[in-house]
Design a protein around this ligand. Structure first.
Ligand code: FES
Length: 250
């Protein structure tokens, strides 16, 4: 991991203030914790500050959040500089690309994706492209190994990448029309390439009820672009109709 320092003084804004909406949201977060434990909201509020401030967190924002939580500045600086999810210097206006460089992605072609970043954005990570629209960095596993290689851009993952389709992803962000997140090949979620090869017929004896009750997910069920990653991608499973517990029969 590289040394993480705050952006130089000349890039730091004088001050930071939450928008009204974000301030109300932050106060709600703080109120969730018992008296004396407000510092527990630090990461959530720092993250919101980063989202409001063009994808990076300034020294002024760090101090503002520390004041809100009544924490010493050094504690908030420790948090912001420790967690690599916090960007400490300006990132691309249109996209900051986080390229997974861990083993499964490496074995499946992450090197090609990094090469595209180096040639199209900047040969060094954490540097802005000439027009200031893009930046990139290499990160550790982002949990989409089954769709390797992949990148994270803002809140969305772009998966099953090749040099060619990753180039199109960048073109989409450059033109203000990002492509649909998820697999960039003909593949649904992490299902086998080319369609289901197992469990593709109703089980014997269930009269097809299973497939009727739990229809296959479609693209419409996927997380919408820019939704937070914690949103469920499928409806909550329902208990069987004759579940005695659910009917209070126990
Ligand atoms: S190794 Fe790349 S997402 Fe896990």
């Amino acid at each position: 991991m590289s040394v993480r320092r705050l952006a130089p003084k000349e890039q730091q804004p004088e001050s930071f203030a939450f928008s009204e909406e974000n301030l109300a949201w932050a106060r709600k977060q703080i109120a969730q914790y018992p008296e004396g434990r407000q510092a527990s909201a630090a990461i959530a509020i720092l993250w919101r500050a980063q989202e409001q401030h063009d994808g990076w967190i300034s020294e002024a924002a760090i101090r503002t959040v520390a004041d809100m939580l009544d924490m010493p500045y050094i504690r908030m600086l420790e948090i912001a500089t420790f967690y690599t999810m916090f960007q400490l210097q300006p990132v691309g206006r249109k996209a900051h690309i986080q390229v997974c460089g861990t083993t499964p992605c490496r074995l499946r072609g992450a090197e090609d994706i990094l090469a595209v970043c180096k040639s199209r954005i900047h040969h060094e990570p954490f540097h802005l492209s000439k027009d200031g629209d893009f930046s990139w960095e290499e990160v550790e596993c982002l949990g989409s190994c089954v769709n390797a290689p992949m990148v994270l851009i803002w809140k969305d993952t772009y998966e099953d990448l090749t040099k060619e389709n990753f180039g199109k992803v960048l073109d989409g962000f450059a033109s203000g029309q990002p492509p649909k997140p998820g697999p960039q090949i003909d593949r649904q979620f992490s299902a086998p390439v080319g369609g289901l090869t197992t469990l593709n017929t109703a089980a014997k004896g269930d009269g097809g009820r299973r497939s009727a009750a739990q229809p296959a997910l479609t693209d419409a069920d996927a997380k919408k672009p820019t939704d937070s990653a914690s949103r469920r991608e499928s409806p909550m499973p329902k208990p069987p109709a004759d579940d005695a517990t659910r009917k209070g029969k126990t």
